[in-house]
Every structure is written in C-alpha cells, then in structure tokens.
Design a protein around this ligand. Structure first.
Ligand code: MG
Length: 322
C-alpha cells in the first residue's frame, strides 16, 4: 500500500501542500495555514468486519479514528463529515444503531458532525457498509510524527493489541472473554492533558500495523533509533493469551484508542502523571527511549534480556479490522 501511495499517488498529484504538513509527510493528517491559525485536516475509510463487535461498532470506530488522527497532530477536533456507502438491503435498524453510536462518540469527543452523504450500491457489491470520515481541527501546538530527538522517552497511553485481537477472535467465532474488548475511544482529552504539561516532541496513533509499524515510521522519519523494553509494554493477559492462540503478534495489530507520545526526558514524569489522570490513559507507561544507535530502526529488548529488531509487519496481518 505504501509503495502504491509513493510510486503512484505522490507521483501523479502535483498540488500537495496547504501548510507546513502536506501529502509528502504521510502523517496522520495535514495542516492548512489560515491567518494566524493552523487547521488540521484528516480523512479515513472504515471497513471493519463485523460492523458490530465487543466494545464498539463501525460508528464509534469512525469517530474515534478521525478524532485520534487530529489529536496526535495536536489538534482539537472541531467538526466532521461522514459519507456512508450502504449495500442494498442494509437494515434500517442497523443504520440507526450506527448513527446512535456516532452521536454518542461525537458527544464524548465534543466534535460536531455537520455534513455527510449516503450512497447505495447493489446487493453483493460490498459487505454491508463502509463509512468515510473527514475531520477538521485547530492546533495551537502542532505535533508531527517525525519530531523525535535522541534522549526523548516514548510513552504509550495504554494496553496494546486490544482492538485487533478482539476483532479477530470475534471473527473466528472464538467465545470472547469478558476481558477482551476493543479499546476504540476518542483521545483528545488524553492528548490535550499531555500537551498542557509540555515537552511533547512527536505523536502517532498505532492503528494499522500496530505499535511496531508506528514506532518504525517514527524512527525512520526522524532518523533516530528507538529502544523499547518488551517487559514495559502493557498488554492485557486476555489479549496476550488470545494472540498466542490466534498466532498473531499483539505488537503488530491495530489499536483504536491509544497514542504513542515522544516526550523530552525531563518532562516525562509530569506528562505520564497527567495522562494517567485522563479517562483513557490510566494504563499509560514509558516503554522506551530514543537513541542515536541503529537509526531508522526499532530495537526490542526482550523479557529475557536479548535484543532483536522489531520490524513493521510485512503486508497486512489482518485485513478489514479498522
Ligand atoms: Mg493515524
């Protein structure tokens, strides 16, 4: 997918920037300079299967995904647009549930849905429903995913792997433990509390490709190394055991309610304490630090004390998950 974007889209599109961050940065969103304000724009399509899953549904996912891409650029969400593509015969009652879920998540995130569109496609041409969302926010503290500096600490705002592992377990028909549910949640409150302390240098939400993909992206874009301690990565016991059963790596799978935050080491304790007071940050941890060694790569110090490179997943280990 990245090759498709870089080799085709970026080569064919000539107008790619309206502010400091544009298409070339391949960040979570892009900026628009407007007078003394910096707006942030982001868009995503949501194709999760099944549409309803433990802990959420495609509606909550669409709002959280959009809010979180704005949040990790330091932007307070202002408004959203949502386009729904529905398969002919899609149940009205299911559409109502999705709308209610969008509304609940939007109220929680204090973001208004001010425009949208619905299209129908003939039966069999898509699987139920797809939502495309666009979000706009405003930032006073622009944060990118390429700002890490050697010496920075890496914070993750909570447990890893919850969303992807829950969806896969549910899809495989494995009876889902009560402890196993998606983490899908809007993160602006959590991120804002970190920004208020100060010292944040880079952020990213570890969605597709999970923690491994996000950390590798941050390391290569900033041309730094990241050393992560496996023992410090928070993973719920239910997620760990289900991952082993399914044969997947929880570090390589989608999260929908987590952020990775790079922070200056002298501000780390303050930022961590602030995040832990927020609704979705209670399990936040420092998982590693930024180094001048192995630039562009992520090194994992394993539980038994060895070291190995933590690679981004090749291809998509789990399609239709977000
Ligand atoms: Mg993102």
């Amino acid at each position: 997918m990245m090759k498709l974007i870089v080799d085709v889209a970026l080569k064919e599109l000539s107008l790619r920037r309206a502010g400091e961050v544009g298409l070339d940065e391949l960040d979570d969103g892009a900026t628009i300079s407007l007078g003394d304000k910096t707006l942030v724009l982001t868009t995503d399509s949501h194709t999760v299967k099944p549409l309803f899953f433990p802990g959420g549904d495609i509606g909550r996912l669409a709002v959280a995904g959009t809010v979180n891409d704005l949040a990790v650029m330091g932007a307070r969400p202002l408004a959203m647009a949502c386009a729904a593509v529905l398969e002919e015969g899609f149940l009205v009652e299911d559409f109502r549930k999705i709308c209610q879920s969008i509304d609940t998540a939007a109220q929680e995130a204090k973001v208004t849905l001010i425009t949208g569109y619905t299209k129908e496609m003939e039966r069999g041409s898509l699987d139920g429903a797809i939502l495309n969302t666009t979000g706009i926010g405003v930032t006073e503290t622009l944060v990118t995913d390429h700002g890490l500096k050697p010496g920075n600490k890496i914070i993750v705002t909570g447990t890893i792997g919850d969303h992807g592992v829950t969806i896969l377990a549910h899809r495989e028909g494995i009876s889902v433990d009560v402890d196993l549910r998606s983490d899908v949640a809007p993160l602006w409150e959590t991120v804002e509390t970190a920004l208020k302390v100060g010292g944040v240098t880079a952020m990213k939400d570890p969605t597709r490709g999970g923690l491994a993909a996000a950390l590798n992206d941050m390391a290569s874009k900033a041309n730094v190394g990241i050393l992560v301690k496996e023992a410090d990565i928070p993973i719920l016991p239910a997620v760990r055991s289900m991952s082993e059963m399914l044969g997947i790596d929880p570090l390589q799978i989608t999260n929908e309610g987590k952020a990775i935050i790079g922070v200056e080491s002298e501000r780390c304790d303050g930022v961590l304490a602030a995040i832990r007071k927020s609704k979705y940050g209670k399990n936040a941890c420092v998982i590693g630090e930024v180094t001048t060694d192995y630039r562009g790569d992520v090194m994992l110090e394993t539980v038994v004390g060895g070291r190995r490179l933590l690679d981004a997943p090749v291809g998509d280990p789990a399609p239709r998950i977000c």
